[in-house]
Design a protein. Structure first.
Length: 140
């Protein structure tokens, strides 16, 4: 894990994300970030952006109508870094962070993604669950 991501707050954030049902983590952008997914869809991105903050941050999905209010009302909530600013926020993981707020925002981000997932797994997601499966395994 990158040094900037190995802090008590980032470990706490990572633990919260991974405690959510069916969540997984990977590093598609290298060792300086963690993407947290539910059934393949990203709900949180934990990263280090020195030009934005000396502290790590986590990008989270939010309701478009709430994004400007969260940014206005909380100093540690910023527009989503490298994300669609209408749907994403960045939460700075500084020592003074309100952990209850951050936990709520992580759960809400997860819920935003889960509600848009298809009710039934696709062939591709079912294949991922079966070792050695190929598309031919599911054809009629």
């Amino acid at each position: 894990m990158a040094p900037g991501l190995n802090t008590p707050l980032t470990q706490w954030c990572r633990g919260l994300c991974l405690d959510l049902p069916d969540s997984t983590a990977d590093q598609p952008f290298g060792p300086d970030s963690w993407a947290f997914r539910v059934r393949g869809r990203v709900f949180a991105l934990l990263t280090v952006v020195p030009q934005l903050s000396p502290h790590p941050l986590v990008n989270l999905k939010a309701t478009p109508g709430e994004v400007p209010l969260l940014i206005r009302d909380h100093d540690l909530v910023l527009p989503g870094w490298h994300m669609n600013k209408k749907h994403w926020i960045s939460v700075v993981l500084a020592p003074e962070l309100d952990r209850a707020l951050a936990a709520d925002l992580i759960e809400e981000s997860y819920d935003h993604v889960v509600v848009k997932l298809p009710r039934h797994p696709t062939k591709r997601s079912r294949m991922a669950q079966i070792p050695g499966a190929t598309p031919a395994s599911f054809s009629r």
